[in-house]
Design a protein. Structure first.
Length: 204
């Protein structure tokens, strides 16, 4: 007796973290503060676009925050980008603009991915928001570019393969790096990370 096969889906999610900002350079937590890119960040955004220029995208989605939108604009991918609020960075609440070292002076055992931040998003809220994003993305097909942020992309990748928010902390991600989420054998029941934190030429 032949067993039913899972429906195939060629969805590939290209995660592009925004380019460098003054706070990403200094190590300050940057959630909803709407910072622009540095000149180095602008150059890296253009380079990301060059690396992806031969990829045909079905959709381009971006966070509404300036640093992601600016990266998206400088990368100059087609079709016309769409803003998706669920791609917004983790709300750091009272810890916005502070460095991990500053926070741990008062809270030595604190961990954002486990504890969240006072008056910010909890890990559960982040998980629920990213789950909503994933539910939407799973209805798409083809190549999809997502311009977003470090913590959001790490949680998205973790949740994509079934990890908790806390375990997603281990997925480190540099500014302007490109990662790819997809399905093994194009099967939606086998979500996978195809590429992570790549800053090398994708055509090499």
């Amino acid at each position: 007796m032949n067993m039913p096969t899972s429906k195939r889906n060629s969805l590939r999610l290209y995660l592009i973290r925004h380019g460098e900002t003054e706070w990403s350079l200094s190590g300050q937590y940057t959630g909803r503060t709407d910072l622009p890119l540095t000149l180095h960040g602008e150059a890296a955004a253009r380079k990301a676009g060059e690396r992806l220029k031969n990829v045909s995208f079905a959709h381009v989605l971006t966070s509404p925050l300036q640093r992601a939108r600016q990266t998206c604009a400088l990368a100059a991918l087609k079709p016309t980008p769409e803003i998706d609020p669920n791609l917004t960075e983790w709300d750091n609440g009272d810890y916005e603009g502070r460095t991990p070292e500053e926070i741990r002076e008062a809270q030595p055992e604190w961990n954002l991915f486990r504890d969240g931040a006072p008056n910010g998003e909890t890990p559960l809220q982040m998980s629920e928001r990213v789950n909503r994003l994933i539910a939407r993305l799973r209805t798409l097909d083809g190549n999809v570019a997502l311009f977003s942020h470090g913590h959001l992309c790490r949680v998205l990748a973790g949740r994509w393969i079934g990890l908790s928010v806390q375990r997603s902390e281990r997925l480190l991600l540099n500014t302007a790096a490109i990662s790819i989420l997809s399905y093994a054998h194009d099967r939606p029941d086998q979500p996978a990370i195809t590429l992570w934190n790549s800053e090398a030429d994708l055509t090499s």
